[in-house]
Design a protein around this ligand. Structure first.
Ligand code: 5GP
Length: 114
């Protein structure tokens, strides 16, 4: 059997995380190595390896995760703006094979990203 990802272990309560939101479908917790004053990861509770693995059946879930990001940005006081990032695959730097949306805010950001 494939080894659990670190995020599956967080979902299963095997390792701690600072959870800021959860519902039946997703979990949001603070990134252990924050790249901005606010850096939260939003993940589906169901195991989906990457953005590229979403199917038409996941349309509602994907939209839900974006809305959670939007609501969390409000709740966490990111009134100056924020960025939602999904790294998909090795060229984008995806390091955990469980879909995650990065919600980053609390500082000005440059474009394009590195
Ligand atoms: P990626 O590089 O795949 O887009 O993002 C993975 C993110 O997961 C990184 O920002 C990294 O800091 C975060 N991360 C990795 N391991 C852990 C962990 O055990 N706990 C938390 N809270 N974040 C983690």
């Amino acid at each position: 059997m494939a080894e659990k990802t670190i995020f599956k272990r967080i979902i299963d309560g095997e390792i701690p995380a600072t959870v800021v939101y959860q519902d039946d479908h997703c979990l949001a917790f603070r990134d252990v190595a924050p790249q901005a004053p606010t850096h939260v990861l939003i993940i589906p509770k169901r195991e989906i390896a990457a953005l590229a693995d979403l199917t038409d059946d996941d349309e509602v879930l994907a939209g839900h995760m974006l809305l959670v990001a939007c609501k969390l940005a409000q709740d966490l006081g990111l009134s100056g703006g924020y960025r939602v990032v999904v790294n998909c695959g090795p060229d984008a730097g995806q390091s955990v094979d469980h879909l995650h949306f990065h919600l980053l805010g609390g500082r000005p950001m440059k474009w394009p990203p590195g």
